[in-house]
Design a protein around this ligand. Structure first.
Ligand SMILES: Cc1cc2nc3c(=O)[nH]c(=O)nc-3n(C[C@H](O)[C@H](O)[C@H](O)COP(=O)(O)OP(=O)(O)OC[C@H]3O[C@@H](n4cnc5c(N)ncnc54)[C@H](O)[C@@H]3O)c2cc1C
Length: 321
């Protein structure tokens, strides 16, 4: 009788798949938090990715896809399965007004390319960390624009093979897409149809946004941006709407930071995890923070807002493990 082949050995036999065992995930998250992945692998082609998924299924390994790790809270005990990254990062212009990016591209590289080509709309997303895949998954956005406004199509891999969805099929909403509900679908690329703009004006706006962002989130800050989604004013109970000052409402949304501030969140601390003293929806790791402390602090914040307003805040960050 032949011995069963381990998941790691099966994965190592796939050409083009870079495989590591017991890889500390803290190395792959902006929070610098997270225990080891049983197996960590990087796929450089759709075919490699497909074979990796098949090998994981054959070996009974749970799979989790990551991009740049900028929106992840990984458990201190890591992930007992396969962490997969899809690395292709080519960006090109198939025709005037269109930009196509592979999912592993840095969102900033796409933003920069769009500005250089005199294409508008993505420019306000300058400084959002992470990959194009992560940005499509979470319908990333900032300063008035989000992925959903200009995404023309997204190509992804599911168990049946490669498929392409148009914008409507992606079911975008505020920080939502169909990919959040179908975590087994892996985004391979996205195409954006962008209106024309004047490159130097777009760059000036983007530079201004970046300066503001760098003050709020210094580039070396170990964090995930906003922890919680903002709330849509019209969807709040009328008693809560009445308590929200009009001055805090932006684009029909109430920043969750406002609710958190009322609940006394600013400056709260647990171990090396701290709520920014200047922004109640920003939590960061001041040194050697633990995922457990982060999760407990998040639960405490949710509890406080629930007790005060009867609202359950929803995390924008994604949990792994
Ligand atoms: C300092 C800072 C500021 C931020 N500011 C903003 C902001 O202004 N606006 C905003 O929207 N976000 C912001 N974020 C959050 C974060 O940058 C975005 O959510 C980003 O799009 C995540 O991309 P990522 O590649 O890092 O994804 P990851 O953090 O690696 O993963 C996030 C989720 O995306 C999924 N995913 C990643 N790649 C794929 C893929 N190819 N196919 C399917 N699923 C995939 C993962 O499974 C995971 O569930 C900020 C984060 C930080 C640290």
């Amino acid at each position: 009788m032949t011995a069963p082949v381990s998941g790691a050995a099966l994965l190592r036999s796939i050409p083009g798949l870079a495989v590591r065992e017991h890889e500390p995930l803290a190395r792959h998250t902006r929070f610098s938090i997270g225990g080891p992945a049983r197996i960590y692998a990087e796929a450089s082609t759709p075919d490699t990715l497909r074979l990796a998924l098949a090998a994981a299924a054959q070996s009974g390994l749970a799979v989790n896809i990551i991009g740049g790790g900028s929106n992840l809270i990984v458990s201190d005990s890591g992930f007992d399965g396969l962490i997969l990254r899809y690395t292709p990062s080519r960006i090109h212009q198939p025709e005037p007004g269109l930009l196509h990016a592979e999912a592993g591209a840095d969102l900033q590289a796409l933003v920069d390319r769009s500005i250089d080509l005199g294409l508008a709309n993505l420019h306000t997303m300058t400084g959002i960390p992470g990959t194009v895949g992560g940005a499509v998954y979470g319908n990333a956005g900032a300063y008035g624009h989000s992925v959903s406004e200009t995404l023309e199509s997204a190509t992804f891999l599911d168990s049946g093979g490669m498929r392409t969805f148009d914008n409507a099929a992606c079911q975008f909403a505020y920080r939502e897409s169909i990919f959040k509900r179908r975590k087994d679908w892996i985004i391979l690329s996205a195409t954006f149809r962008l209106p024309s703009g004047e490159a130097s004006a777009l760059r000036a706006t983007a530079d201004g946004i970046l300066t503001t962002r760098n003050q709020k989130y210094p580039p070396d800050m170990k964090c995930a941006g906003s922890i919680f989604k903002n709330l849509i004013l019209a969807e709040l109970p009328s008693a809560v709407q009445d308590r929200v000052p009009a001055s805090v409402v932006r684009e029909g949304k109430v920043p969750s930071a406002w609710f958190l501030e009322q609940a006394g969140a600013k400056g709260m601390r647990r171990g090396d995890i701290e709520v920014a003293p200047y922004h109640a929806n920003l939590i960061y790791n001041t040194g050697s923070g633990a995922s457990d402390d982060l999760r407990i602090l998040i639960a405490e914040l949710k509890d406080r807002v629930f007790k005060d307003f009867g609202l359950m805040l929803e995390e924008e960050v994604q949990y792994v493990g």
